[in-house]
Design a protein around this ligand. Structure first.
Ligand SMILES: Nc1nc2c(ncn2[C@@H]2O[C@H](COP(=O)(O)OP(=O)(O)OP(=O)(O)O)[C@@H](O)[C@H]2O)c(=O)[nH]1
Ligand SMILES: [Mg+2]
Length: 292
């Protein structure tokens, strides 16, 4: 029963607000706390999308296939931890026949507005990424409307030659591999015109960095609600700090919006604005009640 005490504390901080505003605020705060992030996962079959999701998030979420493609149409998986939910949408299309792009354009037109972010996974031992580039240009970039941020992930860098040099116990590439990974990263980034993050799911390499990038690229209201769904090792201090301060900012935005809309005399409005930071500070200090 963590939430009631958290809310009781928030309520105490809101005692200066007129009752109607207070109720509205509590409702909006509750929406912030229970917000369900939606993350799209893209990439050709076998790049490691399911493996990545299983590594990052708390429950077994997707089937991992070694040989055959299993993702044909958007598969939505809803994960739950306590009162928190996360939806993963496995988006099909990348690497399929180009003639189906028209079909996919329609699908993405429908899906993209619902997503808080897209993780687009590539595989380091592919020689070229023309398929990804083309799909991005023909389907993704054609979408008109606000597009979710895309985080490009170069997975399976443990296979970088000489692959036998990968140091599994320390989860690190050799010096030569590291150099080649950096070269590959630059080459892919140049081709796609996008930054890309090298990781190895199997090697547990740079997954913390990926999670940190996710947290900072997600819209503010989706950051904190993601945290309880992460595996313990990725709930790092940096991730928690970013989420917590974003929560404070989101609370300030909610309060400002509500005060702006309320039919209040200017004096009352200013008085409430003066205590906004106190409420935001209380919200930040209660972050653990809500999200851990
Ligand atoms: N060496 C290595 N293998 C990996 C890595 N990540 C995933 N794999 C393997 O790659 C294969 C495919 O992984 P999946 O996670 O099923 O790939 P997927 O992208 O979900 O594939 P579809 O569901 O078919 O689209 C599995 O055998 C994984 O164990 C990695 O970082 N390194
Ligand atoms: Mg899969």
């Amino acid at each position: 029963m963590k939430h009631p005490s958290g809310y009781a504390l928030i309520r105490r901080h809101l005692r200066r607000y007129p009752r109607s505003l207070r109720q509205h605020l509590i409702k909006e705060l509750n929406q912030l706390v229970t917000y369900e992030p939606v993350i799209g996962i893209m990439g050709k079959t076998g790049v490691g999308k399911s493996s990545l999701c299983n590594a990052l998030f708390r429950s077994e979420v997707c089937a991992v296939n070694a040989v055959e493609a299993c993702t044909r149409e958007p598969q939505r998986v809803r994960l739950r931890f306590g009162n928190h939910y996360l939806t993963l949408v496995d988006l099909p299309g990348v690497g399929e026949s180009v003639t189906r792009d028209g079909e996919y354009r329609e699908l993405y037109q429908e899906q993209l507005p619902q997503l808080d972010m897209v993780l687009w996974v590539l595989k380091a031992d592919d020689r070229a990424y023309a398929v990804e580039e083309q799909f991005y240009q023909d389907v993704f970039a054609q979408y008109c409307g606000p597009r979710p941020p895309v985080l490009w992930v170069l997975n399976q860098v443990d296979k970088t030659e000489p692959a036998e040099q990968w140091n599994w116990p320390s989860a690190q590439p050799s010096a030569l591999q590291a150099e080649r990974i950096a070269q590959k990263q630059q080459a892919v980034a140049r081709q796609l015109g996008q930054d890309i993050l090298p990781v190895s799911v199997r090697g547990r390499y740079r997954l913390s960095r990926l999670v940190e990038a996710m947290i900072t690229r997600l819209p503010k209201q989706a950051r904190s609600p993601l945290v309880p769904l992460l595996q313990a090792g990725y709930r790092t201090q940096g991730v928690v700090d970013t989420a917590r301060s974003s929560f404070g900012e989101a609370v300030v935005e909610v309060i400002d919006r509500i005060i702006d809309l309320a039919p209040l005399p200017q004096m009352a409005r200013s008085a409430l604005q003066a205590v906004t930071h106190t409420v935001a500070r209380a919200a930040r200090s209660l972050w653990g009640f809500f999200f851990s």
